[in-house]
Design a protein around this ligand. Structure first.
Ligand code: PLP
Length: 418
């Protein structure tokens, strides 16, 4: 396709875009367990109106747009409170979990170089840690040591400690990790990093806007935030269970000194002083404004309400899956994620990928294929709550229907090119 010679009226342009969406995941129906996190009409309206207001602004230069500087520092301040950061804690908004993680790794590398003279930096992560850590290692020339998880899918502290060397700049824990949704043993892992004066990053991209409210609702939540002394940085995605639209995450450091290693400051070209917190230059303002708007629209009580709904939906889903012969949930997920797999002994009779395909065909359900081991991943949010019973009914039906069949396609599906 080439750019048309003549322009097209807006109505026609929009109609064409609408037509393109015909085969997209139907997240509005609550049948997509991941990717879009639906907080309902209130957060939608807050996000849409705030985005529209800031559609054309640029957060590249917050001196020209002080509103965006304020928005950023207020969002970061909210996160500092939620994650029990000290007064000294400081951070920036980023475009998403991946950018937050890339920057956490880059900051650890810089600190290792400047404070310890490390020129061949290494990091230690569990095999459950998000792919973004591997991306960071790839981009930034950090050698990554990947360590098998325990039987309960949590990071294995001793095995990770064994991979720490004098060149370690970063150890990572997740709260919770994505694949099975369990919280790693954060205090123990943090101590492993502290022993060599390395950074310890908590990936709370998923948990950052769930765990604080779970705790406020009276649930037992394993320690994961800045109350754990040796945690040096935390990433949390507002565009996941913060219910803001895409493009909003936060990376918070324990101190301003640690944050300094994240930023890029430069004055050696013909275009003038250039200081930038993240990977981007020109920075979209709508995700920042929308995140601020959704946070303020919901407030603590709104988040507690959505979290209670989410946890109840997750609980019903786990119970319902486990009640079906031949299926199980991997480990004991700590928050709102789950991985559904075929039960031990049923491997020759049921195939979870065939079940996933049949769920899509039968009811438009979308769960990501993942592995190893072969499993279907669900991120449960408040928007899924109304259809959990329908899901379980369809699941029961497709388990019977797919008995003895196996999907030819064994590929997994977290993210794709093209
Ligand atoms: C989603 C996620 C990320 C990556 O975030 P993106 O916003 O997709 O870039 C990292 N870690 C965990 C645990 C996640 O769930």
């Amino acid at each position: 396709m080439a750019l048309p010679e003549h322009g097209t009226p807006v109505d026609e342009v929009i109609a064409s875009l609408e037509a393109k969406r015909a085969h997209d995941a139907r997240w509005q129906d609550g049948r997509t367990f991941g990717m879009v996190f639906d907080g309902g009409p209130g957060p939608h309206e807050a996000a849409e109106r705030a985005s529209q207001l800031f559609l054309h602004e640029n957060a590249l230069n917050t001196q020209a747009f002080p509103s965006l500087g304020e928005i950023q520092s207020e969002v970061v301040g909210i996160c500092r409170e939620l994650f029990h950061g000290p007064e000294s804690a400081a951070g920036f908004m980023t475009s998403g979990g991946t950018e937050s993680i890339l920057l956490a790794c880059k900051a650890a590398r810089e600190r290792g170089r400047q404070e310890h003279g490390i020129t061949a930096p290494e990091m230690v992560v569990a095999e459950s840690a998000h792919a973004a850590f591997h991306k960071a290692a790839h981009y930034f020339g950090i050698e990554l040591h990947k360590v098998a998880v325990d039987d309960d899918w949590r990071a294995d502290v001793e095995a990770m400690a064994a991979r720490v060397t004098d060149n370690t700049v970063l150890v990572v824990g997740s709260a919770p990790q994505y694949p099975q949704g369990v919280i790693d043993p954060i205090p123990e892992l943090a101590a492993v990093a502290a022993a060599v004066d390395a950074n310890f990053h908590v990936d709370a991209c998923m948990g950052g806007f769930v765990l604080p409210f779970m705790e406020q609702l009276g649930h037992d939540v394993a320690p994961w935030d800045f109350r754990v002394e040796d945690v040096t940085s935390i990433s949390a995605d507002i565009h996941k269970l913060g219910y803001a639209p895409k493009g909003a995450s936060v990376l918070l450091h324990r101190t301003r000194e640690l944050r300094r290693y994240q930023t890029f400051v430069f004055d050696g070209w013909l275009g003038g002083f250039y200081a930038s917190p993240g990977m981007q230059g020109t920075r979209a303002a709508p995700p920042m404004a929308a995140a601020w708007a959704v946070l303020h629209h919901l407030g603590l009580d709104g988040y507690r309400r959505l979290t209670a709904t989410t946890l109840d939906a997750h609980h019903r889903m786990v119970e319902g899956i486990c009640a079906i012969d031949g299926l199980r949930v991997l480990g004991q997920p700590d928050a709102h994620l789950l991985a559904m797999a075929v039960d031990v002994g049923w491997e020759n009779h049921l195939d979870v990928f065939a079940i996933g395909d049949a769920l899509a065909a039968r009811g438009g359900w979308h769960l990501d294929r993942q592995g190893p081991p072969d499993s279907l991943h669900a991120t449960v949010c408040a928007g899924n709550a109304p259809v959990i019973d329908d899901f379980l009914a369809d699941l029961q039906a497709v388990v019977a229907e797919t008995l003895g069949t196996r999907a030819d396609d064994r590929s997994t599906s977290y993210a794709n090119l093209e």
